[in-house]
Each structure stands twice: as C-alpha cells, then as structure tokens.
Design a protein around this ligand. Sequence first.
Ligand code: GAR
Length: 195
Amino acid sequence: MKRVAILISGGGSNMVKLVESMTGDHPARPCLVLANSEDAGGLKKAGEMGVATAWVDHKHFKGDREAFEKQLISVVDAQKPDIICLAGFMRILTPFFINHYEGRMLNIHPSLLPKYRGLHTHKRALEAGDTEAGCTVHEATAELDDGPILGQAQVPIEPGDTPETLAARVLKKEHQLYPAVLRRFAEGNRKRIEL
Ligand code: GAR
C-alpha cells in the first residue's frame, strides 16, 4: 500500500476528494495532511476524516525559505510517504524541496498548462478570449507549474463567465481529475489521462 501526504493552504476541497478516493482496492492511503498555517480550513476536514494532520507556519521562518522547507521535509518524512500531492499549496517551493521528492510529487494547477503558470489563471484565460479552460495534474519539477503532464480536463468558457464562475466550473473537474491521476500514478502508470 502506497502512503500519500497531501499539502494544502486553504479549504482543501481537492484534498477531501483525494482522501475520499483512497478506499477499497485503491493502491494508496493518506498518511498526512500538512498545511502552512494552522488556520487552513482543510486541516479540520482531514482530522474529521481520520487523517493525521500537521502544520508548519511559514510566517515563523521570515524569508528563510530553506529553513521553512527543511521543517516541512522533516514533518512530511516522519510519515514515510511514497507520494506527495500538492493540492492548493500556495507557497513557492524551491528546488531544494522539489528535488527531495523528485519523481513522486504531483501538483494540480487550474489551467491548461503550459498556458497560465502562476496565479489568476481564470482571469487571464477570460482576458485572452479563450473558449476553453481547465486544469492540469503534473509531476512537480523545479520549474514553477511545469513538469510532465499526467492529466488534463477541459471545460467550456461560457458567455458572461467571471473568474469566479469559471473557477467553480474548473474546480468540479479538478475533483474528478486529481483522484483519477493519483490512482493511476499509485499503480505506477504515468500515461496521460484526458477527462
Ligand atoms: C485549486 O483550484 C487548485 O487548482 C489551486 O488552488 C485551489 C485550491 O482549492 N492551485 C493553485 O492555484 C496552485 N498554483 P482547494 O483548497 O479547495 O483544493
């Protein structure tokens, strides 16, 4: 059975879907949900689902990213995870952290990569006049929002969409895509999924 650590910063709706998916004949189980703030709403949800939780507050490390990441690594590695899922973890991670988990760390990003790395993806897709948007799960590599793509899902952009309405439509797809990719990845299958 593979062990999965999930890193979050906020409400953790993707984390909830990942945890819920890891039952029955699924080849993995959650071993930790870790946030960069005690206030991350997802921590309570994870606790209620019976998953171990922890937080490392980035504010205590005042610009010393390496010290922050060393602490993250020590808390994560204490649970001996095989796979790390970034699920709305909104701190930039340096190569020091990413290389430590090379080949076993996934990220979900709310755009059709390689379009719109970084923030404000939905606003940027609308401003560009795109007719479709979506989300991507990829292997995390040292470049921001880059790395081999493991799955993508498209949604149409509707007339009158705002960044908020589009984000909500994309998030529903994220909730399908991330569990589907995690399951295949845990089975050792890196073939790309299109939803
Ligand atoms: C999700 O939309 C995820 O794709 C995005 O943050 C949201 C987290 O929501 N991630 C990024 O923007 C990473 N750059 P959640 O906490 O409800 O899962």
